[in-house]
Design a protein around this ligand. Structure first.
Ligand code: SF4
Length: 236
């Protein structure tokens, strides 16, 4: 399959509580100004494809040692080949976690219905209205699509975690409170925090990061369950 742009054999931070491998897929329909994966988003074709055979042989060789694989991006559901990739990964007997920005509810539904994934971590980027969501995602967003993905995930029997990246000036305490309240308590909610290195919009590299004390306060006030080390705001 084309489109695999990176592979990490072992990670302790991408699936909380698990040792997992990570596959990165290129492409994404969003243009979040604070994104850290700009090359993967803006010019995936400039990155070499990572051979699927090598991913598979690595997974087979370490069966029993790793707990699963995280498929991330970019935005994995932007790739129509994703179901085929997951089917192939499944054959290695591995558990699969998907990172998603919720932009493709139809594909999420298909993947859940076909039992191709075990967990989804969905980024909920802003309060659920078109104006704020579009500002954080960097493109016009039909908020009904995001709400549909949230509903599909909430009704699923998968491990589901919603996560929001706090971004100075865009997503601060009032917005996080609104997002968390809209999502409700049924599923864990975790935060990530803006970092001003290599942002998609170069202007954001001038934005000051949140001080550690404020980060701790936000975590204490808003997060529920499933905390883990998280060095950077991630894609999804
Ligand atoms: S942060 Fe995620 S959703 Fe936003 S542009 Fe980057 S990869 Fe896409």
């Amino acid at each position: 399959m084309r489109g695999i742009k990176g592979f990490i054999p072992s990670s302790l931070i991408d699936w909380p509580g698990k040792l997992c491998s990570v596959v990165f897929l290129g492409g994404c329909g969003f243009r979040c100004p604070a994104c850290h994966n700009s090359r993967l988003v803006l010019e995936p074709a400039s990155l070499p494809d990572y051979p699927l055979d090598q991913v598979l042989s690595n997974l087979r060789a370490r069966r029993g040692w790793i707990d699963g694989i995280t498929v991330t991006g970019g935005e994995p559901t932007a790739r129509k080949e994703l179901p085929d990739l997951l089917r192939t990964l499944r054959k290695t007997g591995t558990r699969i976690k998907l990172d998603s920005n919720g932009s493709n509810p139809s594909m999420l539904k298909e993947l859940i219905g076909r039992r191709l994934i075990d967990a989804v971590y969905m980024d909920v980027k802003a309060p659920l209205n078109m104006k704020e969501y579009s500002a954080v995602a960097g493109v016009p967003i039909d908020i009904r699509i995001i709400k549909r993905s949230i509903g599909i995930l909430k009704r699923s029997d998968l491990e589901v975690v919603f996560r929001t990246t706090a971004v100075p000036g865009l997503v601060e305490e009032p917005q996080i409170r609104e997002i968390r309240d809209a999502l409700g308590p049924e599923r864990p909610f975790v935060l990530q925090f803006f970092r001003n290195s290599s942002t998609l919009d170069p202007e954001f590299s001038k934005v000051e990061e949140f001080p550690q004390g404020r980060i701790e306060n936000m975590r204490a006030e808003f997060e529920s369950a499933t905390r883990r080390p998280e060095p950077l705001a991630n894609a999804g």
